[in-house]
Write a protein that binds this ligand. Structure first.
Ligand code: ADE
Length: 246
């Protein structure tokens, strides 16, 4: 099965962009995923091919028109009726590894990339669209967000990462940050790889990693630690953890 990414954008040249290289690029060549872009401007109706207009109520910038977006989304749905439609916007629900895992297990995703001041809100009333943010900062458009979302999904597709790393140990998969990693040389600028990691004692290594993951999460990401339930909560698993908030 090929995971199909359908991207509605005013800048189709941005795709596959960086996803045409490295792991995702190889997977694209191998047909493990497909990247289709749709130029939203093709759904404009005037001779200037305009897709946006001034905000109702006044204010800076321009807003993507609901009628144009509606036509573009309907076209995308006709191509791929069963894939979720996601709009990239800083107003959206923050993207999580859990959602990435769900998406990567599906048929694909249709992504609507915003520009300017955003989307006419009525598009979200008139169509089943999930609003997603990749973080609390504002990008100049949704394209970078779409690339981030797709990268996170593609690496989880079967056969993309290889058997060596299923991803299960990584940051967020357990509800915690991942433990720190080291590799040779054993000594660098007087700094030595922790002894336990060189001991060959797998149980001790596991215990050390768990303790580090917990300590680092508590210090760096108190929000994650809180959600994890602190030390009182046995670590979750199975794409794998049930977050209390979800
Ligand atoms: N478009 C602009 N900013 C964004 C963000 N933070 N996440 C997703 N899409 C965006």
């Amino acid at each position: 099965m090929t995971f199909t990414a359908q991207i509605l954008t005013l800048y189709p040249d941005m795709f596959p962009g960086p996803l045409g290289t490295s792991l995702a690029g190889k997977a694209l060549e191998q047909g493990k995923w497909t990247c289709n872009t749709v130029q939203m401007r093709d759904f404009a109706t005037d001779r200037h091919r305009s897709v946006d207009d001034t905000p109702a109520g006044g204010g800076a910038g321009m807003v993507l028109r609901a009628d144009i977006l509606g036509q573009a989304v309907d076209h995308a749905l006709a191509q791929q009726p069963d894939a979720p439609v996601i709009a990239m916007t800083p107003r959206g629900k923050p993207l999580t590894q859990r959602r990435v895992r769900e998406l990567s297990a599906g048929l694909g995703v249709t992504i609507l990339c915003g520009r300017f001041e955003g989307f006419d809100e009525r598009i979200f009333e008139g169509r089943d669209i999930e609003e997603v943010s990749i973080g609390d900062y504002v990008l100049s458009g949704g394209e970078m967000g779409a690339l981030v979302l797709l990268d996170a999904c593609i690496r989880l597709l079967p056969g993309v990462m290889g058997a060596s790393c299923s991803g299960d140990d990584e940051s967020f998969e357990t509800g915690l940050l991942e433990y720190p990693q080291y590799t040779r040389p054993v000594e660098w600028e007087g700094r030595i790889i922790p002894e336990v990691l060189r001991s060959g004692d797998h149980a001790k290594v596991e215990a050390w990693r768990k303790a580090k993951a917990e300590a680092d999460t508590r210090l760096r990401r108190p929000d994650l630690w809180e959600r994890h339930g602190g030390a009182s909560n046995p670590p979750p698993s199975g794409a794998r953890r049930t977050n209390k908030e979800d």
